[in-house]
Design a binder for this molecule. Structure first.
Ligand code: KG4
Ligand code: ZN
Length: 352
């Protein structure tokens, strides 16, 4: 059953611009809350758990959930204070419903349900990847349609954002995601977590002299594969070490990064060229990589294609992107959730 009153309020928001959304995100290891006025970000508070998970070399799901529970109240208060509003001003609560770690998602989904119940306002359930794409709308006038390169810890894909709520996938990873490969290779190199920024930094001191294999090379398709590349890096290190040789970690980082990023660069350029798009947007944590950005920009400029990416803060997980996407869902009457809705850990990139 719908809560009829909350649903009526949801439908009325379609006609308005001056309403506040409180957005929440806790799909992995960042607890975040944001207040938006319409599609404008007023605040974004993020509590990162990187220091907690670093010692384990990756995110430990149960520890993540516990720390979301500890942090959620504080980030919500910070976001409200910074936006200079109180809970009474909020017209809708938006929350990441998937994909992500089940126990981690449950924290803000449950928090959102309690808030919606107490304030008698609607809940909007947001797809995390739709949020990453919407990060491009923050501080910019970018509008769909465009080709979108999605590269996060859980997903790699190239897609067409046909509208704010419509995504056509052209290619996806058949195994690991790009960010996952960065994290795994960083772990093998003993660099720590999260791997992406650490590999990018180390790669600056090395040269891409090692020829790691690139999946689907010269094949006319737009899928990605990272598990072979990851295994090639592990084998390279083991082979050298078993012979008593020392390995040059900076060269490995530079070589891995080059191959990993080339796949992303090639596929989004190929997609834009084939489908005739003049705009590419980058979404997800790997989008913070400056070599990726420059690589896409260089090839795109040769074809007269514009490239856009969010600023670093909005590339990795944050609630502001969830608030912006919720705004565009409200405008199309999408995402209203009944208070007994469940979170969706395996939600697909283009699922509503
Ligand atoms: O989008 P995100 O914050 O979370 C997910 O939705 O998964 O992405 C996190 C991923 C991690 O795998 C992290 O290593 C990667 O993004 N990442 C990077 C960089 N910064 C973060 N990868 C490459 N270069 C970076 N500078
Ligand atoms: Zn993410």
């Amino acid at each position: 059953m719908y809560n009829e009153e909350a649903y009526d309020k949801f439908l009325k928001l379609k006609e308005k611009e001056d309403f506040y959304i409180l957005a929440l995100e806790s799909s992995c290891d960042e607890t975040s809350a944001s207040v938006t006025l319409g599609r404008k970000i007023l605040s974004c508070s993020i509590a990162s758990q990187i220091d907690i998970h670093k010692r384990f070399g990756g995110v430990v799901p149960e520890i993540a959930s516990r720390n979301h529970t500890l942090a959620v109240g504080t980030v919500v208060k910070e976001a409200l204070d910074k936006a200079n509003v109180t809970l009474k001003d909020i017209s809708a609560v938006a929350v990441t419903e998937g994909a992500g770690l089940l126990g981690a998602l449950l924290v803000t989904v449950s928090y959102a349900k309690a808030l919606a119940f107490a304030l008698d306002i609607p809940i909007i359930g947001v797809n995390h990847i739709a949020g990453h794409i919407a990060a491009n709308y923050i501080d910019s006038d970018i509008k769909p349609p465009f080709v979108c390169l999605i590269a996060s810890g859980g997903h790699s894909a190239v897609a067409i954002a046909k509208g704010y709520n419509e995504l056509e996938i052209l290619g996806e990873s058949v195994d690991d995601a790009a960010g996952e490969a960065f994290d795994k290779v960083a772990r093998v190199l003993g660099l720590g977590y999260p791997g992406g920024p650490l590999i990018e930094k180390l790669a600056e001191q090395g040269s891409p002299v090692i020829d790691f294999p690139k999946a689907f090379k010269n094949k006319p398709q737009l899928n990605f594969s990272y598990s072979g590349l990851k295994t090639a890096v592990i084998n390279y290190i083991r082979n050298r070490e078993s012979k008593g040789e020392t390995v040059n970690k900076a060269d490995i980082a530079a070589s891995f990064q080059k191959t990993a990023l080339e796949m992303l660069i090639d596929n989004c350029i190929k997609a834009a060229a084939e489908k005739g798009f003049k705009q590419i947007c980058i979404a997800g944590g790997v989008g913070a990589n400056s070599v990726l950005r420059k690589g896409v920009e260089k090839k795109a400029s040769e074809l007269d294609i514009n490239v856009h990416y969010p600023k670093n803060l909005y590339c990795t997980d944050n609630a502001a992107m969830i608030g912006v996407q919720a705004y565009y869902m409200i405008k199309e009457g999408l995402g209203y959730r009944k208070t007994d809705f469940d979170c969706r850990p395996f939600l697909k990139i283009n699922e509503k």
